[in-house]
Design a protein. Sequence first.
Length: 291
Amino acid sequence: MLEAEGIYVMREVASQFERPVLMFSGGKDSIVMVHLARKAFYPAPIPFPLLHVDTGHNFPEALAFRDNLVQDINAELIVRLVQDSIDSGRVKEETGPNASRNSLQIVTLLDALAEFKFDAALGGARRDEEKARAKERFFSHRDRFGQWDPKNQRPELWSLYNGRKGVGEHFRVFPISNWTELDIWQYIAQAGIDIPSVYFSHTREVVDRDGVLLARSDYIELMNDESYEERVIRFRTVGDMTCTGAVESNAQTIDDIIEEVSTARVTERGGRADDQRSEAAMEDRKRRGYF
């Protein structure tokens, strides 16, 4: 049912829009999205490119997986760098120990959509991730400034999706909106989908910052009372290393992960430091154009 729904939405995008693009980061949700896209249009290739907005602070495992997958399936990959937006003066880098480039992606993303005149961007966001994302429709309208108004979304009845737009406007499309984190892992297990090693239990140096376990990297500035320590961890979500927290875990197989997720009391994004900046942090970013 969920697979069929995702495939249906992707085919609707291909039929209604002229220049769609699939957002891809090398994370589990975007990997499932690519798998669904391949099934939706088989035996033809995926009829739209993949776009990665690279903060420059990504997990090396995710980047290596991204490049290998794109080569294996012979897909077109477009990469746009937040560093280029910083260098050109389009955005200003944050400073201090809690600095992150996560919100800086907004400008880089909107510039990329304008550069290639993409009119629909498919993403792997799910409604169970965060309360702001629960407000999204499958076809989520963005105005000509790339901004989102959660109070002005179009009704979607009987799986009918309205992709009409004005000049300069575009849509964000979420084919796996109705999936949960557990659905994703069960589908990965069922379909035999490969995922980056960072999702499995491994020993890594981390720093505990206000209850968020951040992996050691060149992008994190330690505070005076902080130090790294080795812990057995894994990541439930993969993003910018400066704000993506790990969880202590011994899950070494997908079946282990499914068992762990099925009993988890903390949400998948509960370890994301960027979501903890304010109660409405995600919604504030999404209103400005964040995915």
